[in-house]
Design a protein around this ligand. Structure first.
Ligand SMILES: [Ca+2]
Length: 550
């Protein structure tokens, strides 16, 4: 019998390595195509398939009818670039370094599914918004992590809407596809990201009376109209998806295409986007694959959008990365079954988190949050509760991005002028204008006020996440259970905020590539200089008088 020697072992090792590094599995016949349609800033339940009556999303509804409508899908992060990086890599935002923050870089060692599918022989591409905002070039990538771009064809779009003709670019992509190659296409709309043309919803006949105003916003005509304009932009996204579905049908490809329709994070309203509250993390999701997925079902399991990444690898037979493995669990079993409702009772919790969003507070520090959502509860852990959650009330200078000269004078900008983790919008302006109002004032405080380290919401009765039960004795057992479940998961998945000796300050050291704003030193920093991380990248960009030493 052959005894394993050092040489034979190394041969085995080399063979094993060669096999492991090939992303293709043996059987490449009849591989499914992939179409990922991802809107920008859309919350659950804003699709007509969910019964929301103020808008019409026939294409989303068609995908749900052809396949599965998910009632409980959650985003790994409530911001554009971190969510997109998590989704592409199938990992939590705390497992992808710079890419876990907004508008930074995307380290090339974290491969995304579009890259892996491309290497495995798929024809890949994207239109509109891929992984963004951020800089993918600095880490050595040759294309956007969502693939080569197909955005050249344009149309005349209404104000506030991107002129990219997404569906025409998809047709061009299909035209360029080599014969016999399966494809994977990323349709990233820039809608319903702000800005919206004021009144565009009414202009197109949408009815403000059908708007359901979430409880964290005041129910006034101004707010209804702002949500109505958002609804119009959701319809824009949906219309292009409808054209893409028709195209697939005409070309006989719809049957063997996995279609995923979702969003990256919640609606761009105060206390929604960039927050781990329901309207920031609960996402619309419909998935179809007529050849394999029985139609017309609704699934209630709690799923994370990074579970879709694992699903795509399993469904395409492409090997997922080994060095930085997936953190999601494939949904293929549930999708290809005929089950509905709760299909897998072990899917009873999802996790989400955020780090830095915009440049919105002292030293461009982030507002780290982690959350666990179960069927009944949302538990939130705010790791730096002394910081302003939506941005400090006042910055240096008044413009959106004040000039270095304005910053150097040290003059404070307007009160309520620094909440830049909330996109500028009529709703925010309305809340600010009514900050001193005895009934309306509380809505601004809900959006921008300092928050406690722990928050707990009973989702069954409070989906708007207004009534924090973290201090309520009757919920204290639930709170402890959820806290322990969250910490266990973060520890298991190596979150630096929980396991690192610097308590995760490393997240603050990842440079933001977009512009910076400057803020006065807050009281907590004056009293605790040790709580201010050393940030050479911020210091390097601090405005200075020309010629003065840094
Ligand atoms: Ca977004």
């Amino acid at each position: 019998m052959l005894k394993p020697t050092r040489d034979t072992l190394s041969v085995f090792f080399v063979l094993g390595f060669v096999v492991a590094s090939q992303p293709v599995l043996a059987d490449t016949r009849n591989r499914p195509n992939v179409l990922v349609a991802i809107s920008d800033d859309q919350s659950y339940p804003h699709a007509s398939a969910y019964g929301y009556e103020a808008l019409h999303t026939p294409a989303f509804d068609r995908v749900a009818k052809m396949g599965v409508l998910f009632q409980n899908a959650f985003t790994p992060a409530p911001g554009c670039s971190p969510m997109r990086a998590a989704f592409l890599t199938g990992r939590h935002v705390w497992q992808i370094e710079h890419a876990g923050t907004h508008a930074s870089t995307f380290p090339a060692k974290y491969e995304g599914f579009q890259e892996r599918l491309g290497t495995a022989g798929y024809f890949v591409g994207f239109t509109g918004k891929g992984w963004a905002p951020g800089n993918w070039k600095d880490t050595g990538r040759a294309t956007n992590p969502a693939g080569p771009e197909f955005s050249k064809l344009t149309l005349r779009a209404p104000e506030g809407i991107r002129s990219t003709d997404y569906a025409a670019n998809f047709a061009e992509f299909l035209r360029q596809r080599p014969k016999g190659k399966p494809f994977s296409f990323w349709y990233g709309a820039s809608e319903p990201h702000r800005k919206f043309k004021k009144g565009i919803g009414r202009e197109h006949g949408l009815d403000p009376a059908k708007i359901v105003v979430p409880g964290f916003l005041p129910d006034t005509p101004e707010i209804r109209d702002d949500i109505l304009d958002y609804c119009y932009e959701v319809e824009w996204f949906d219309e292009h998806l409808g054209r893409m579905l028709n195209l697939l049908e005409e070309q006989g490809e719809l049957d063997n295409t996995i279609v995923i329709v979702t969003s990256d994070n919640g609606m761009a309203f105060p206390r929604a986007k960039a927050n781990v509250y329901e309207y920031g993390i609960h996402m619309p999701l419909a998935v179809a694959w007529p050849a394999r997925v029985p139609a017309g079902r609704t699934i209630d399991d709690l799923v994370d959008l990074i579970d879709l990444t694992a699903t795509l690898y399993e469904a395409t037979g492409v090997r997922p990365p080994r060095r930085y493995p997936l953190s999601g669990r494939s949904l293929l079993g549930a999708l290809t079954s005929s089950a509905r409702g709760i299909v897998d009772s072990s899917r009873d919790a999802v996790f989400s988190g955020r780090e830095r969003h915009s440049s919105s507070r002292f030293m461009t520090l982030g507002y780290p949050q982690r959350a666990v959502r179960t069927r009944d509860y949302l538990y939130i852990y705010n790791l730096r509760p002394e910081r302003w959650p939506a941005g400090a009330p006042r910055k240096l200078g008044s413009a959106n991005y004040p000039t270095p000269e304005a910053v150097l004078t040290g003059e404070l900008g307007l009160e309520h002028g620094g909440y830049h983790d909330i996109d500028a919008c009529p709703t925010l302006s309305f809340l600010i204008d009514n900050a001193a109002d005895s009934t309306l004032g509380r809505f601004l405080r809900l959006a921008v006020g300092i928050r406690p380290a722990e928050e707990l919401y009973d989702i069954r009765v409070d989906p708007a996440c207004i009534n924090n039960l973290a201090g309520a004795p009757e919920h204290s057992k639930a709170k402890q259970r959820l806290r322990s479940r969250l910490i266990t998961h973060l520890t298991k998945t190596g979150d630096p905020r929980v396991v690192a000796s610097d308590s995760g300050d490393i997240f603050e050291t990842y440079p933001r590539y977009s512009k910076l704003r400057w803020f006065p030193t807050p009281a907590w920093a004056k009293g605790n200089p040790k709580r201010v991380p050393l940030l050479p990248w911020v210091e390097k960009r601090r405005p200075r008088i020309d010629g003065a030493p840094r």
